[in-house]
Each structure stands twice: as C-alpha cells, then as structure tokens.
Design a protein around this ligand. Sequence first.
Ligand SMILES: [Zn+2]
Length: 450
Amino acid sequence: MALRLFNTLAREKQDFVPLKDGHVGIYACGPTVYDNIHVGNARPLVVFDVLVRLLRQQYPSVTYVRNITDVDDKINQRAADRAISIDQLCEETIERFHADAEALYVKAPDVEPRATHHIAEMIAMIEALIAKGHAYEAEGHVLFAIGTMDDYGKLSNRTLEMMRAGARVEVAPYKRDAGDFVLWKPSDDNAPGWDSPWGRGRPGWHIECSAMSAVYLDKEFDIHAGGLDLIFPHHENEIAQSCCAHGTKAMAHYWVHNGYVTVDGEKMSKSLGNFTTVRDALEKHRGEAVRYALLNAHYRAPLDYSDGSVTEAKQALDRLYRAAGDVSAAEVADADFLAALSDDLNTPLALSVLHRLAKQANQGDRAAAASLRASANLLGLLTQDEASWVRGEAQEGALSDDEIDGLIEERQKARAARDFARADEIRDTLSAAGIALLDGADGTSWERQS
Ligand SMILES: [Zn+2]
C-alpha cells in the first residue's frame, strides 16, 4: 500500500518515496526535560509511534530517532526553583517521561540521543557555518545570519520582512539582523557550559536537532516530525543550519506536523494552565483509552481532550475487545484499514474500519475477529487478551491481581465456614478498592471499575 503524507514543505499530500531503497530515516523532536509531559505533548508521541509502526510494516529497515533536550534555560530555572541539581531534575523527568510513554503503548525509538552528549558535533557544525559565512560571533554569542540563505523561510512560508517584524521588540544589540538566531551563547558560572572557540557556553536549542539528526541519520534524511508549533522558528532554523553547514538542498524530504490538543477549543499549554499531565490522565484512565482518544481525530486536525472523550474511548475499546474475544491476530491487517492509514494516517477512518470488523466478528466471523486484532495492533491497540482488559490495570499502590485473588479465596473459605461477617468484610474491602465481584455458577470473577 503506497504511503502518502502531507508534507508541510510542499503544502500538499505526496507519495512517500524514501531516499534509500528499503530504508527509512525519521527524526522527531523530543521533550525538553524540565517537567512532566501533558496530554498535548503526548499527541506527537502517539501519532508518530503509529507512523513508525506503519513504516516498519512497509519497509525492511527504519531508524527512528527522537532526542532529549537536556540543556535549556527552562531546565536551569526549574532546578534552581526546586533547589536540586540539573542532573537530578533531568534524570527524574526522563524516567517519568519513559514511564508515561510506555503507559501509552508508545514504543521506544531506535535512538534517543541526549543533547549534552553531542556538544562536540554542535560546535563543529557552528564552526562550519562561520567558515562558510552563514554565522558570526558577537559578544560571546554565535548567531546565524538569516540574510545569507536565499530560501530561508520556505518551510513556514514567511518572508524575511515578516520574520523581522515578528522578532521581539527588544532586539539584542549584537544582532546584525533582528531575525538572526542564536547558535551558541555564553554561560556564567551558574549555568551549565562547555569550552568552545567562543568561550565557555552552551548551544541554542535549534542546533541540537541539526547536529543529532546528522549523527544518527544523515545530512539528508526522509522524515522530520514534530508539533505544528515547531514549524517556526525551530524547524525553519534546523533547515537553515543543516543545509548551510552541509551544503545540501534539503535537510529532511518530508516534514510532518501534528495539530494541537485543545481544551474547550483552546490550545492545551503550560502557559495557559489548562493542561492535564499524562500522569494525572493515567490516574483516572487506562493508558490504552488515552491512546485511543488521541487517535480519534486526524493528526493534523485539532483534537479536543476531556475526561468524557477518554471515557468514550474506553467504551469503544470495550466493544472492540469483546468482539476480538480470544481470537489471535491474523498475519496481516485489513486492506481497508491499511488503505486508511496509508492515506496520510487517517486514523479516524482506520478506527471506523475496526468497528466494522467488530460488527462482523460479533456475527460469528472469526476471520474478521483475527483481522480486527491484527489491524488494532498496528495502532498499538488491543494489546492484551480480553480477560486482562476486563480485569483492568492495577494502579500504583492498588491491589494487585494476586492480592485480589487471595482475598477472594479467603472470602470463599469464610463463606464455607459460615463466617459471613468476615466474607462481607472482604467484599467491602474489595468494593472500596474499586473491585466488583461477580458471583457466578463457576465461581467468582472480578473486574476493576474505572
Ligand atoms: Zn528539534
């Protein structure tokens, strides 16, 4: 099935053709690790995880690189506010990030480079930009001179004039052009810094991704992914740095951007304070239901998030799990499903195919059930068997499956010994923990209420 992707650079849907036969290189901008991620940050993780799963199915070899930005002024500030070391802040934020991603069934990328491990490559790239006349040093800073690149602004479709007008009112005096951006900046004793030809300092954000993508993919590679808000300035500047340093016409050939997660129509963001952290979402909802909710709109469209949207996703998953039952996954996904996904990742259409297959499965069509499971798996859904889905996931600190089974056994013994007070007490304990007991002909089964 030929994959088509909307390429921000071309402003249209295009057939995807990799640069090298049989191999795809994809880079996505990862988190700046100063705080826990929110649901808006989780959307690109899930969407590009689906894209990578689809690519792996279609190409023999895929290299997925998603970086970690572990040097940033927001990190310095947060570590100071919390009176902990930058290392400690980064380590605990990365650990939580990995746990959040895993809970949403997002597979780890092939490479997850950290910016601080690649300072030497960034310095080399900045030196190349200076040597080629695209960058200049001023007061310990190194700046990229946007006027030296003919087609600067081509990704975001902005002219130099628009970008100058958009630059902050207070332009640093050492900038030759208001739109010039920082490649390197000086560090005082309190900020992390590395020795460089321009003194002790640290890299700007944009140069990190240019350097790391070249190390792990190539000077030119296939797909660069990220959120819509990264098109300008971040991705525009990545292109400027990479193309000018390497003397290439392109950095990535396809630029893929996901739309915003909104709350009551407004962009979910840290600054507006209308965000739900993934951690908080996972306390109320199953990870798979949050994932489903994040795939319920086309990735380029806004996606309105609410507890209600995840509850509906959970109910949709209940229906799919019931329909798939204990049937194992087919070898291949459904053709209509693949066609929907291959058409610029049309996940709402792909999900509707799953429900059509579920309907057929409910009418006794076991091939449809097997196809349903294979197709859903490609979206990272229906990851478990029906019985464990019905039982639910144990929350942190809650009763484990074994503990619940143990209490049920004890209750049965109490009933057999006619100790009804103890039996009722156990039922109340389980009920308080959100466990419903279903006494049936062949014993007692249970499920977690969520
Ligand atoms: Zn980036």
